[in-house]
Design a protein around this ligand. Sequence first.
Ligand SMILES: Cc1cc2nc3c(=O)[nH]c(=O)nc-3n(C[C@H](O)[C@H](O)[C@H](O)COP(=O)(O)O)c2cc1C
Length: 429
Amino acid sequence: MTNGLILPSRALIQSEDASRIRHDYERFRCGMPGEIENYLLETYKLDVSSRYGARRIKNPFGKAAGQLSLNLNQVQGDITAGLGFVVLKTVIAEDDKGVRSMKDWAVKESKMVVSRITGKESGEQGWNVTWQGRGWHGSLASYIEFFKAALELGRGGGTVIVPSCKYHLPGPEERDFQMEEYAYTTRLLEQIWRAAGQEGPLQMEKDFSPTLAGSDKAKQQETVLNWLREVPRRIKNCLPNGSIVLGIKLMNTIFTDNFQIRAFRALLEEGEQRPDYIVYANRLYDQGRRFAGKMGAAYGGPDLSARNLRILTELRSMELRGQLAAPIPALSGTGNVHSGKMALEYALRGAASVQMHTMFQKPGSAYGMRIGTKTERALHELYFHPVTGLVPWMLHLREAKETPDHDGVLSFQAVTEWYRNKGKDYFLA
Ligand SMILES: Cc1cc2nc3c(=O)[nH]c(=O)nc-3n(C[C@H](O)[C@H](O)[C@H](O)COP(=O)(O)O)c2cc1C
């Protein structure tokens, strides 16, 4: 165990498995087989199906909300490539007159730069996207059209599609939440969901983004804690009981790890309603980073996953010691998932899915696959990379007898239960 990671530096697997993975990685450089999940089951006896919120997903890999999920070509490409789920770009809530208090967040991106980044803690090299821009820059009406059409594309494609929204958050000097915006937007999203014949209640994410972490509003800790206590019930109360499965996407605050835990606990323990799942956790924010003539920018890379995994370890440890007033809800991990191995680091801490942005935006030369879309290339790398792929590392867990198989099949879901079974001692140490 080094760098706060659970998995060792090298996978211990049978040599015939290692050569089969190398062979697959090479031959799939020119294109992956269709129905990859069946291939993994038949060839490697790995079941990669899982859950994202309340929905069953065919594999744990999803696209996180952002610039790569804001048009139908992107959504169609992700469905064709075989992602488990796609979270659409975050829309800014409006009331029925088109008023949106968070209009400053409806900004079209004007500059986006993808570059290497070195982790301050580990010295590890990673990738980072720096950009200017925030939420969906168009109206709610235009988002609704996009959402409707995206759900239509997702029908029968086996990829779960969900929306993401940013609602009004009062600053320290404001008294109340703009509930007309909450109600109008949530109800509209739910109507579209139902009209599209989606299975079960509306599933959606509420985004607390790192751009917020840099705003004046979020400089006061009590303000942030109040949002976390209040927002789940404010959203859920807009709809009849049981009509929504709500995911809260937490941001990394600009404060210490202790405050980050405090914030998680406010969400979990102090509100009248809890989220149904938590997306952990949106990027880091550096107030001293200059980008496009402005001070302050969000960033990711190795420091992001290091912080997220550290906090998740601490939270699981508190949960197992009985120190939390409620169990941690379902988790979806986000932040520097650049390999199947990193996806498993989140899964070993109980995340049932992972959602990525940067992994799909690297330059073409950074992938082993020579053709295809970035999503296809990313999946090839995530599953089959001989050193860092999901396949060698799931086989490692089986070989090390860390996770039980059923009839010789190891499931991704069994990995997500490791923390309370074989892995319990790791968290209690
Ligand atoms: C260019 C860009 C735009 C983003 N836009 C959103 C957004 O609209 N809503 C949101 O919830 N997260 C947004 N994010 C955060 C990503 O969804 C993701 O959670 C985060 O980047 C961490 O994952 P990664 O390390 O794989 O990039 C954005 C990230 C980037 C880089």
